[in-house]
Design a protein around this ligand. Structure first.
Ligand code: NAD
Ligand code: UGA
Length: 464
Protein backbone atom coordinates (compact mmCIF):
# COMPACT_ATOMS: atom_id res chain seq x y z
CA UNK A 1 0.00 0.00 0.00
CA UNK A 2 1.20 3.49 -0.84
CA UNK A 3 1.03 5.83 2.16
CA UNK A 4 0.42 9.57 1.93
CA UNK A 5 3.05 10.45 4.54
CA UNK A 6 5.98 8.47 5.90
CA UNK A 7 6.63 9.35 9.52
CA UNK A 8 9.52 8.22 11.68
CA UNK A 9 10.00 8.57 15.42
CA UNK A 10 13.45 8.15 16.92
CA UNK A 11 13.07 7.00 20.53
CA UNK A 12 10.59 4.27 21.46
CA UNK A 13 10.00 5.23 25.09
CA UNK A 14 7.06 6.37 27.20
CA UNK A 15 6.41 9.21 24.74
CA UNK A 16 7.56 7.82 21.40
CA UNK A 17 5.53 4.59 21.64
CA UNK A 18 2.14 5.94 22.77
CA UNK A 19 2.25 9.19 20.75
CA UNK A 20 3.13 7.42 17.50
CA UNK A 21 0.51 4.74 18.16
CA UNK A 22 -2.07 7.53 18.38
CA UNK A 23 -0.87 9.16 15.14
CA UNK A 24 -1.00 5.77 13.36
CA UNK A 25 -4.48 5.11 14.74
CA UNK A 26 -5.84 8.49 13.67
CA UNK A 27 -4.05 8.63 10.32
CA UNK A 28 -4.50 5.29 8.53
CA UNK A 29 -3.06 6.83 5.35
CA UNK A 30 0.26 7.50 7.08
CA UNK A 31 2.96 4.93 7.70
CA UNK A 32 4.47 5.43 11.15
CA UNK A 33 7.74 3.76 12.13
CA UNK A 34 9.36 3.92 15.56
CA UNK A 35 13.05 3.10 16.03
CA UNK A 36 15.34 2.90 19.04
CA UNK A 37 19.00 2.20 19.74
CA UNK A 38 17.87 -0.28 22.37
CA UNK A 39 16.92 -3.43 20.41
CA UNK A 40 15.29 -5.05 23.47
CA UNK A 41 12.85 -2.17 23.62
CA UNK A 42 11.88 -2.69 19.99
CA UNK A 43 11.43 -6.42 20.60
CA UNK A 44 9.15 -5.60 23.52
CA UNK A 45 7.05 -3.23 21.37
CA UNK A 46 6.71 -6.04 18.85
CA UNK A 47 5.69 -8.56 21.52
CA UNK A 48 2.52 -9.21 23.53
CA UNK A 49 4.08 -7.61 26.61
CA UNK A 50 4.59 -3.93 25.76
CA UNK A 51 7.46 -2.14 27.52
CA UNK A 52 5.09 0.55 28.83
CA UNK A 53 1.92 0.00 30.84
CA UNK A 54 -0.65 2.59 29.84
CA UNK A 55 -4.43 2.08 30.02
CA UNK A 56 -5.84 1.78 26.48
CA UNK A 57 -2.45 1.43 24.78
CA UNK A 58 -2.75 -2.32 24.12
CA UNK A 59 -5.94 -1.88 22.12
CA UNK A 60 -4.53 0.86 19.91
CA UNK A 61 -1.34 -1.12 19.30
CA UNK A 62 -3.40 -4.18 18.34
CA UNK A 63 -5.34 -2.10 15.83
CA UNK A 64 -2.31 -0.49 14.17
CA UNK A 65 0.81 -2.63 14.59
CA UNK A 66 1.79 -4.32 11.36
CA UNK A 67 -0.76 -2.23 9.41
CA UNK A 68 0.57 1.31 9.50
CA UNK A 69 2.60 1.23 12.72
CA UNK A 70 5.98 -0.48 12.78
CA UNK A 71 8.71 -0.84 15.40
CA UNK A 72 12.10 -1.32 13.78
CA UNK A 73 15.80 -1.55 14.60
CA UNK A 74 17.51 -0.38 11.39
CA UNK A 75 17.64 3.32 12.19
CA UNK A 76 19.83 4.06 9.18
CA UNK A 77 17.37 2.83 6.55
CA UNK A 78 14.37 4.22 8.34
CA UNK A 79 15.91 7.69 8.27
CA UNK A 80 16.39 7.31 4.53
CA UNK A 81 12.82 6.12 3.94
CA UNK A 82 10.92 8.77 5.92
CA UNK A 83 10.27 12.47 5.32
CA UNK A 84 8.95 13.55 8.71
CA UNK A 85 11.10 12.64 11.72
CA UNK A 86 9.99 13.06 15.32
CA UNK A 87 12.79 13.02 17.87
CA UNK A 88 11.64 11.63 21.18
CA UNK A 89 14.85 10.56 22.85
CA UNK A 90 15.54 10.96 26.56
CA UNK A 91 16.89 14.26 27.88
CA UNK A 92 17.80 13.50 31.50
CA UNK A 93 19.56 15.77 33.96
CA UNK A 94 23.29 15.93 33.28
CA UNK A 95 25.34 13.92 35.77
CA UNK A 96 28.81 15.16 34.81
CA UNK A 97 30.75 18.27 33.83
CA UNK A 98 29.37 21.79 33.60
CA UNK A 99 25.79 22.00 34.83
CA UNK A 100 25.90 18.53 36.45
CA UNK A 101 22.75 17.95 38.51
CA UNK A 102 20.89 20.82 36.81
CA UNK A 103 21.27 21.16 33.05
CA UNK A 104 19.70 18.82 30.49
CA UNK A 105 21.99 16.15 29.06
CA UNK A 106 21.62 16.64 25.32
CA UNK A 107 24.01 13.92 24.17
CA UNK A 108 21.21 11.62 22.96
CA UNK A 109 19.59 14.45 21.06
CA UNK A 110 22.84 15.47 19.44
CA UNK A 111 23.62 11.86 18.48
CA UNK A 112 20.20 11.65 16.86
CA UNK A 113 20.75 14.87 14.91
CA UNK A 114 24.06 13.52 13.62
CA UNK A 115 22.43 10.21 12.64
CA UNK A 116 19.75 12.11 10.71
CA UNK A 117 22.40 14.18 8.98
CA UNK A 118 24.51 11.16 8.08
CA UNK A 119 21.74 9.00 6.62
CA UNK A 120 19.40 11.49 4.97
CA UNK A 121 19.26 11.47 1.18
CA UNK A 122 16.23 13.76 0.80
CA UNK A 123 14.75 16.83 2.58
CA UNK A 124 13.32 16.18 6.04
CA UNK A 125 11.14 17.85 8.59
CA UNK A 126 12.74 17.19 11.99
CA UNK A 127 10.42 17.63 14.95
CA UNK A 128 11.61 18.07 18.52
CA UNK A 129 9.19 16.08 20.69
CA UNK A 130 11.64 15.63 23.56
CA UNK A 131 11.57 18.30 26.26
CA UNK A 132 14.51 20.61 25.67
CA UNK A 133 16.08 23.81 26.93
CA UNK A 134 15.01 26.88 24.98
CA UNK A 135 17.32 27.49 22.01
CA UNK A 136 18.07 23.81 21.39
CA UNK A 137 16.56 24.05 17.91
CA UNK A 138 19.40 26.39 17.02
CA UNK A 139 21.97 23.71 17.89
CA UNK A 140 19.91 21.16 15.98
CA UNK A 141 19.74 23.44 12.92
CA UNK A 142 23.48 24.07 13.07
CA UNK A 143 24.29 20.35 13.12
CA UNK A 144 21.87 19.67 10.27
CA UNK A 145 23.10 22.66 8.27
CA UNK A 146 26.50 21.04 7.94
CA UNK A 147 25.00 19.07 5.03
CA UNK A 148 26.22 22.15 3.10
CA UNK A 149 23.09 22.88 1.16
CA UNK A 150 22.67 19.46 -0.48
CA UNK A 151 19.70 18.47 1.63
CA UNK A 152 17.39 20.83 3.46
CA UNK A 153 16.13 20.24 6.98
CA UNK A 154 13.36 22.16 8.69
CA UNK A 155 13.33 21.96 12.49
CA UNK A 156 10.02 22.28 14.35
CA UNK A 157 9.23 22.17 18.05
CA UNK A 158 6.21 20.09 19.07
CA UNK A 159 6.53 19.32 22.78
CA UNK A 160 4.45 16.54 24.26
CA UNK A 161 2.11 17.35 27.15
CA UNK A 162 0.70 13.88 27.89
CA UNK A 163 0.92 12.54 31.41
CA UNK A 164 1.69 8.91 32.18
CA UNK A 165 -1.27 6.83 33.29
CA UNK A 166 -3.60 8.96 31.16
CA UNK A 167 -1.40 9.09 28.05
CA UNK A 168 -3.92 7.66 25.60
CA UNK A 169 -6.75 9.93 26.74
CA UNK A 170 -4.39 12.93 26.75
CA UNK A 171 -3.18 12.11 23.25
CA UNK A 172 -6.67 11.55 21.91
CA UNK A 173 -8.14 14.70 23.47
CA UNK A 174 -5.23 17.04 24.18
CA UNK A 175 -5.83 20.39 25.91
CA UNK A 176 -3.66 21.78 23.14
CA UNK A 177 -1.07 20.78 20.57
CA UNK A 178 1.76 23.29 20.33
CA UNK A 179 3.84 23.71 17.20
CA UNK A 180 6.72 26.15 17.05
CA UNK A 181 8.47 26.98 13.83
CA UNK A 182 10.72 29.46 12.14
CA UNK A 183 8.72 32.22 10.46
CA UNK A 184 10.38 31.58 7.09
CA UNK A 185 8.55 30.29 4.02
CA UNK A 186 9.99 26.78 4.48
CA UNK A 187 9.35 26.91 8.24
CA UNK A 188 5.69 27.77 7.71
CA UNK A 189 5.34 25.08 5.06
CA UNK A 190 6.77 22.45 7.41
CA UNK A 191 4.47 23.66 10.16
CA UNK A 192 1.46 23.28 7.84
CA UNK A 193 2.47 19.63 7.19
CA UNK A 194 2.49 18.90 10.92
CA UNK A 195 -0.75 20.79 11.53
CA UNK A 196 -2.30 18.64 8.82
CA UNK A 197 -1.43 15.47 10.77
CA UNK A 198 -2.94 16.65 14.07
CA UNK A 199 -5.95 18.22 12.35
CA UNK A 200 -7.21 14.68 11.61
CA UNK A 201 -8.49 14.43 15.18
CA UNK A 202 -7.61 17.58 17.15
CA UNK A 203 -10.02 20.54 16.78
CA UNK A 204 -8.41 23.47 14.96
CA UNK A 205 -8.71 25.83 17.94
CA UNK A 206 -6.62 23.44 20.03
CA UNK A 207 -3.71 23.41 17.62
CA UNK A 208 -1.69 26.44 18.57
CA UNK A 209 1.29 27.84 16.77
CA UNK A 210 4.14 29.98 18.05
CA UNK A 211 7.70 30.89 17.37
CA UNK A 212 10.10 28.03 17.97
CA UNK A 213 11.62 29.45 21.18
CA UNK A 214 8.23 30.06 22.81
CA UNK A 215 7.32 26.48 22.04
CA UNK A 216 10.49 25.05 23.60
CA UNK A 217 10.17 27.27 26.65
CA UNK A 218 6.42 26.69 27.12
CA UNK A 219 7.00 23.01 27.74
CA UNK A 220 9.42 23.65 30.60
CA UNK A 221 7.16 26.35 32.02
CA UNK A 222 4.04 24.16 31.82
CA UNK A 223 5.76 21.47 33.89
CA UNK A 224 7.17 24.03 36.30
CA UNK A 225 3.70 25.52 36.88
CA UNK A 226 2.14 22.09 37.48
CA UNK A 227 4.89 21.05 39.87
CA UNK A 228 4.65 24.42 41.61
CA UNK A 229 0.99 23.74 42.42
CA UNK A 230 1.91 20.42 44.01
CA UNK A 231 4.67 22.05 46.06
CA UNK A 232 2.36 24.92 47.03
CA UNK A 233 -0.33 22.60 48.39
CA UNK A 234 2.28 20.38 50.05
CA UNK A 235 3.82 23.38 51.80
CA UNK A 236 0.39 24.26 53.18
CA UNK A 237 -0.16 20.63 54.28
CA UNK A 238 2.69 21.13 56.78
CA UNK A 239 0.91 24.16 58.20
CA UNK A 240 -2.39 22.24 58.39
CA UNK A 241 -0.75 19.56 60.50
CA UNK A 242 0.34 22.25 62.98
CA UNK A 243 -3.03 23.97 63.15
CA UNK A 244 -5.72 21.26 62.90
CA UNK A 245 -6.82 22.63 59.54
CA UNK A 246 -7.51 19.94 56.92
CA UNK A 247 -5.61 20.17 53.62
CA UNK A 248 -8.45 18.60 51.59
CA UNK A 249 -10.86 21.23 52.88
CA UNK A 250 -8.38 24.02 52.22
CA UNK A 251 -7.63 22.71 48.70
CA UNK A 252 -11.33 22.48 47.90
CA UNK A 253 -12.02 26.01 49.12
CA UNK A 254 -9.03 27.47 47.26
CA UNK A 255 -9.52 25.41 44.09
CA UNK A 256 -13.17 26.41 43.69
CA UNK A 257 -12.01 29.89 42.78
CA UNK A 258 -12.19 29.61 39.01
CA UNK A 259 -9.05 31.74 38.76
CA UNK A 260 -7.16 29.03 40.63
CA UNK A 261 -8.90 25.82 39.48
CA UNK A 262 -9.28 22.53 41.28
CA UNK A 263 -6.69 20.31 39.58
CA UNK A 264 -3.20 19.50 40.85
CA UNK A 265 -4.02 20.45 44.42
CA UNK A 266 -3.74 16.99 45.94
CA UNK A 267 -1.29 16.99 48.83
CA UNK A 268 0.88 13.93 49.13
CA UNK A 269 4.44 12.74 49.45
CA UNK A 270 5.61 15.03 46.66
CA UNK A 271 5.77 14.75 42.92
CA UNK A 272 7.81 12.06 41.21
CA UNK A 273 8.25 11.02 37.61
CA UNK A 274 10.93 11.46 35.04
CA UNK A 275 10.13 15.04 34.10
CA UNK A 276 9.04 17.54 36.78
CA UNK A 277 12.29 17.60 38.71
CA UNK A 278 14.54 17.45 35.67
CA UNK A 279 12.56 20.11 33.79
CA UNK A 280 12.48 22.52 36.73
CA UNK A 281 16.21 22.05 37.29
CA UNK A 282 16.69 22.67 33.59
CA UNK A 283 14.68 25.91 33.92
CA UNK A 284 16.68 26.89 37.01
CA UNK A 285 19.90 26.29 35.12
CA UNK A 286 18.71 28.37 32.16
CA UNK A 287 17.78 31.26 34.47
CA UNK A 288 21.19 31.12 36.18
CA UNK A 289 22.89 30.93 32.80
CA UNK A 290 21.13 34.13 31.75
CA UNK A 291 22.10 35.81 35.06
CA UNK A 292 18.59 35.72 36.55
CA UNK A 293 19.55 34.33 39.96
CA UNK A 294 16.38 35.45 41.77
CA UNK A 295 14.24 33.73 39.17
CA UNK A 296 16.40 30.62 39.43
CA UNK A 297 16.04 30.59 43.24
CA UNK A 298 12.27 31.02 42.98
CA UNK A 299 11.86 27.91 40.80
CA UNK A 300 14.43 25.89 42.70
CA UNK A 301 12.30 26.27 45.83
CA UNK A 302 9.62 24.13 44.14
CA UNK A 303 12.08 21.22 44.13
CA UNK A 304 13.21 21.96 47.68
CA UNK A 305 9.64 21.82 49.03
CA UNK A 306 9.23 18.50 47.26
CA UNK A 307 12.24 17.06 49.09
CA UNK A 308 11.04 18.60 52.36
CA UNK A 309 7.67 16.88 51.97
CA UNK A 310 9.29 13.46 51.64
CA UNK A 311 11.54 14.09 54.66
CA UNK A 312 8.49 15.16 56.67
CA UNK A 313 6.73 11.93 55.77
CA UNK A 314 9.67 9.82 56.96
CA UNK A 315 9.98 11.89 60.15
CA UNK A 316 6.30 11.24 60.80
CA UNK A 317 6.75 7.46 60.47
CA UNK A 318 9.77 7.45 62.74
CA UNK A 319 8.30 9.81 65.34
CA UNK A 320 4.96 8.08 65.64
CA UNK A 321 6.44 4.58 65.81
CA UNK A 322 8.27 5.41 69.05
CA UNK A 323 11.40 6.72 67.32
CA UNK A 324 12.73 3.38 66.23
CA UNK A 325 12.09 1.34 63.12
CA UNK A 326 14.92 -1.15 63.60
CA UNK A 327 13.67 -4.67 62.87
CA UNK A 328 10.10 -3.46 62.25
CA UNK A 329 8.35 -4.54 59.07
CA UNK A 330 6.90 -1.73 56.98
CA UNK A 331 4.66 -2.52 54.02
CA UNK A 332 4.93 -0.02 51.16
CA UNK A 333 1.71 0.02 49.20
CA UNK A 334 2.55 1.44 45.79
CA UNK A 335 5.97 2.04 44.28
CA UNK A 336 5.21 3.74 40.94
CA UNK A 337 5.38 7.55 40.92
CA UNK A 338 1.62 7.76 40.32
CA UNK A 339 -1.30 5.43 39.69
CA UNK A 340 -1.89 3.61 36.38
CA UNK A 341 1.75 3.35 35.40
CA UNK A 342 4.56 0.94 36.15
CA UNK A 343 7.08 3.78 35.84
CA UNK A 344 9.16 4.34 38.96
CA UNK A 345 11.54 7.01 37.64
CA UNK A 346 12.11 9.57 40.43
CA UNK A 347 9.32 7.93 42.41
CA UNK A 348 9.17 9.27 45.98
CA UNK A 349 8.90 5.58 46.98
CA UNK A 350 12.56 5.02 46.10
CA UNK A 351 13.72 7.74 48.49
CA UNK A 352 11.30 6.70 51.22
CA UNK A 353 12.22 2.99 50.95
CA UNK A 354 15.90 3.89 51.21
CA UNK A 355 15.34 6.02 54.30
CA UNK A 356 13.37 3.20 55.94
CA UNK A 357 16.17 0.74 55.15
CA UNK A 358 18.67 3.20 56.62
CA UNK A 359 16.64 3.00 59.87
CA UNK A 360 17.06 -0.80 59.65
CA UNK A 361 13.38 -1.39 58.96
CA UNK A 362 12.42 -4.44 56.91
CA UNK A 363 10.61 -3.28 53.81
CA UNK A 364 7.88 -5.21 52.01
CA UNK A 365 6.99 -3.64 48.67
CA UNK A 366 3.66 -4.16 46.94
CA UNK A 367 2.50 -2.69 43.63
CA UNK A 368 0.23 -3.99 40.86
CA UNK A 369 2.49 -2.88 37.97
CA UNK A 370 5.83 -1.61 39.25
CA UNK A 371 7.46 -4.50 41.13
CA UNK A 372 9.94 -5.29 38.35
CA UNK A 373 11.11 -1.69 38.22
CA UNK A 374 11.18 -1.45 42.02
CA UNK A 375 13.51 -4.46 42.19
CA UNK A 376 15.83 -2.79 39.66
CA UNK A 377 15.75 0.53 41.54
CA UNK A 378 16.67 -1.08 44.85
CA UNK A 379 18.97 -3.78 43.46
CA UNK A 380 22.08 -2.34 45.08
CA UNK A 381 20.46 -1.29 48.36
CA UNK A 382 21.39 -3.22 51.46
CA UNK A 383 18.79 -4.46 53.93
CA UNK A 384 15.81 -6.76 53.99
CA UNK A 385 13.49 -6.03 51.07
CA UNK A 386 10.75 -8.32 49.80
CA UNK A 387 8.43 -7.85 46.83
CA UNK A 388 4.88 -9.17 47.06
CA UNK A 389 2.20 -8.14 44.58
CA UNK A 390 -0.83 -9.15 46.64
CA UNK A 391 -1.42 -6.36 49.20
CA UNK A 392 -2.95 -8.70 51.78
CA UNK A 393 0.02 -11.07 51.81
CA UNK A 394 2.39 -8.09 51.75
CA UNK A 395 0.76 -6.46 54.81
CA UNK A 396 0.56 -9.65 56.84
CA UNK A 397 2.97 -9.60 59.78
CA UNK A 398 3.88 -5.91 59.25
CA UNK A 399 3.91 -3.16 61.88
CA UNK A 400 2.86 -0.40 59.50
CA UNK A 401 1.47 0.36 56.06
CA UNK A 402 2.82 3.28 54.05
CA UNK A 403 0.60 4.16 51.10
CA UNK A 404 2.87 5.78 48.53
CA UNK A 405 0.90 5.52 45.26
CA UNK A 406 -2.71 6.49 44.66
CA UNK A 407 -3.74 3.18 43.05
CA UNK A 408 -7.52 2.85 43.07
CA UNK A 409 -7.26 -0.68 44.47
CA UNK A 410 -5.85 0.64 47.76
CA UNK A 411 -9.03 2.62 48.41
CA UNK A 412 -11.03 -0.58 48.28
CA UNK A 413 -8.88 -2.83 50.47
CA UNK A 414 -10.49 -4.76 53.32
CA UNK A 415 -8.62 -2.98 56.11
CA UNK A 416 -10.37 -5.06 58.78
CA UNK A 417 -8.82 -8.18 57.30
CA UNK A 418 -5.43 -6.47 56.96
CA UNK A 419 -5.52 -5.16 60.54
CA UNK A 420 -6.04 -8.65 61.93
CA UNK A 421 -2.96 -9.95 60.11
CA UNK A 422 -0.64 -7.17 61.34
CA UNK A 423 1.52 -6.70 64.43
CA UNK A 424 -0.18 -4.47 67.03
CA UNK A 425 -0.25 -1.54 67.51
CA UNK A 426 -0.70 -1.19 63.75
CA UNK A 427 -0.06 2.07 61.88
CA UNK A 428 -1.11 3.49 58.54
CA UNK A 429 0.76 6.38 56.92
CA UNK A 430 -1.41 7.52 54.07
CA UNK A 431 0.99 9.43 51.83
CA UNK A 432 -1.77 10.03 49.27
CA UNK A 433 -4.81 10.70 51.47
CA UNK A 434 -6.81 8.10 49.60
CA UNK A 435 -8.29 5.83 52.26
CA UNK A 436 -11.11 6.37 54.76
CA UNK A 437 -9.08 7.48 57.77
CA UNK A 438 -11.91 7.45 60.32
CA UNK A 439 -12.96 3.94 59.31
CA UNK A 440 -9.40 2.67 59.65
CA UNK A 441 -9.03 4.36 63.04
CA UNK A 442 -12.26 2.71 64.21
CA UNK A 443 -10.89 -0.67 63.08
CA UNK A 444 -7.95 -0.09 65.44
CA UNK A 445 -5.21 1.47 63.29
CA UNK A 446 -3.29 4.58 64.25
CA UNK A 447 -3.72 6.69 61.14
CA UNK A 448 -1.40 9.43 59.88
CA UNK A 449 -2.67 11.28 56.81
CA UNK A 450 -0.95 14.22 55.07
CA UNK A 451 -2.09 17.69 56.12
CA UNK A 452 -4.83 16.45 58.46
CA UNK A 453 -4.89 15.71 62.16
CA UNK A 454 -3.51 12.26 62.97
CA UNK A 455 -6.01 9.72 64.33
CA UNK A 456 -3.82 8.11 66.94
CA UNK A 457 -4.22 6.38 70.28
CA UNK A 458 -0.85 7.71 71.41
CA UNK A 459 0.49 11.09 72.43
CA UNK A 460 1.90 13.01 69.49
CA UNK A 461 5.54 11.97 69.40
CA UNK A 462 6.21 12.73 65.77
CA UNK A 463 8.46 15.60 64.88
CA UNK A 464 6.17 16.78 62.07
P1 NAD B 1 12.44 7.15 27.54
O1 NAD B 1 13.74 7.02 28.21
O2 NAD B 1 11.31 6.26 27.95
O3 NAD B 1 12.62 6.92 25.95
C1 NAD B 1 13.64 7.48 25.21
C2 NAD B 1 14.14 6.43 24.22
O4 NAD B 1 15.06 7.03 23.32
C3 NAD B 1 14.88 5.26 24.88
O5 NAD B 1 14.24 4.04 24.56
C4 NAD B 1 16.30 5.33 24.27
O6 NAD B 1 16.89 4.05 24.07
C5 NAD B 1 16.03 6.05 22.97
N1 NAD B 1 17.22 6.68 22.40
C6 NAD B 1 18.14 7.46 23.01
N2 NAD B 1 19.07 7.86 22.12
C7 NAD B 1 18.73 7.34 20.92
C8 NAD B 1 19.29 7.40 19.61
N3 NAD B 1 20.40 8.11 19.37
N4 NAD B 1 18.68 6.74 18.62
C9 NAD B 1 17.57 6.03 18.84
N5 NAD B 1 16.98 5.93 20.05
C10 NAD B 1 17.55 6.59 21.08
O7 NAD B 1 12.00 8.67 27.65
P2 NAD B 1 10.52 9.27 27.58
O8 NAD B 1 9.89 9.21 28.92
O9 NAD B 1 9.81 8.71 26.41
O10 NAD B 1 10.85 10.81 27.31
C11 NAD B 1 11.36 11.24 26.07
C12 NAD B 1 11.32 12.75 26.04
O11 NAD B 1 9.96 13.20 26.14
C13 NAD B 1 12.07 13.42 27.18
O12 NAD B 1 12.64 14.61 26.71
C14 NAD B 1 10.97 13.75 28.18
O13 NAD B 1 11.28 14.88 28.97
C15 NAD B 1 9.81 14.08 27.26
N6 NAD B 1 8.47 13.86 27.83
C16 NAD B 1 8.22 12.74 28.58
C17 NAD B 1 6.92 12.53 29.06
C18 NAD B 1 6.60 11.32 29.89
O14 NAD B 1 5.49 11.26 30.39
N7 NAD B 1 7.48 10.35 30.07
C19 NAD B 1 5.91 13.42 28.73
C20 NAD B 1 6.20 14.54 27.94
C21 NAD B 1 7.50 14.74 27.48
C1 UGA C 1 3.67 15.52 33.86
C2 UGA C 1 2.70 16.53 33.26
O1 UGA C 1 1.43 16.41 33.92
C3 UGA C 1 2.52 16.31 31.77
O2 UGA C 1 1.69 17.33 31.23
C4 UGA C 1 3.90 16.35 31.10
O3 UGA C 1 3.78 16.10 29.72
C5 UGA C 1 4.79 15.30 31.74
O4 UGA C 1 4.89 15.58 33.16
C6 UGA C 1 6.18 15.30 31.21
O5 UGA C 1 6.66 16.27 30.68
O6 UGA C 1 6.77 14.25 31.42
P1 UGA C 1 3.54 12.98 34.63
O7 UGA C 1 4.84 13.29 35.29
O8 UGA C 1 3.45 11.78 33.77
O9 UGA C 1 3.09 14.23 33.72
O10 UGA C 1 2.39 12.85 35.74
P2 UGA C 1 1.55 13.90 36.59
O11 UGA C 1 0.14 13.49 36.57
O12 UGA C 1 1.84 15.29 36.23
O13 UGA C 1 2.10 13.64 38.06
C7 UGA C 1 3.41 14.02 38.45
C8 UGA C 1 3.59 13.78 39.94
O14 UGA C 1 2.85 14.75 40.70
C9 UGA C 1 3.12 12.41 40.41
O15 UGA C 1 4.04 11.87 41.31
C10 UGA C 1 1.80 12.72 41.07
O16 UGA C 1 1.46 11.77 42.05
C11 UGA C 1 2.08 14.09 41.67
N1 UGA C 1 0.86 14.89 41.93
C12 UGA C 1 0.09 15.32 40.89
C13 UGA C 1 0.51 15.22 43.23
O17 UGA C 1 1.22 14.84 44.20
N2 UGA C 1 -0.61 15.96 43.45
C14 UGA C 1 -1.40 16.38 42.44
O18 UGA C 1 -2.41 17.07 42.71
C15 UGA C 1 -1.05 16.05 41.13
Amino acid sequence: MKFKKNILCIGAGYVGGPSMAMIAYKCPDCRVTVVDINPARIDAWNSAELPVYEPGLDEIIKKTRGKNLFFAKDIENKIKENDIIFVSVNTPTKTFGTGAGMAADLQFLEKTARQILEHSQSPKIVIEKSTLPVKTALAMERILASAKGKITFEVLSNPEFMAEGTAMADLEKPDRVLIGSRQTESGLKARAELVDIYARWVPAEKIIISNIWSSELSKLVANAFLAQRVSSINSISALCEKTDADISEVARAVGMDSRVGSKFLKAGIGFGGSCFKKDILNLVYLCSYYGLQEVADYWESVVKINEYQQDRFIASILGSMFNTLAGKKICILGFSFKADTGDTRESPAIYIARKLLAEHAQVVISDPKALKNAAIDLASDKGKITYIEDPYSAASGCHALAILTDWELYRKLDFQKIYKSMVQPAFIFDGRNIIDHKKCFDIGFNVYPIGKPALSRFEDQSSV
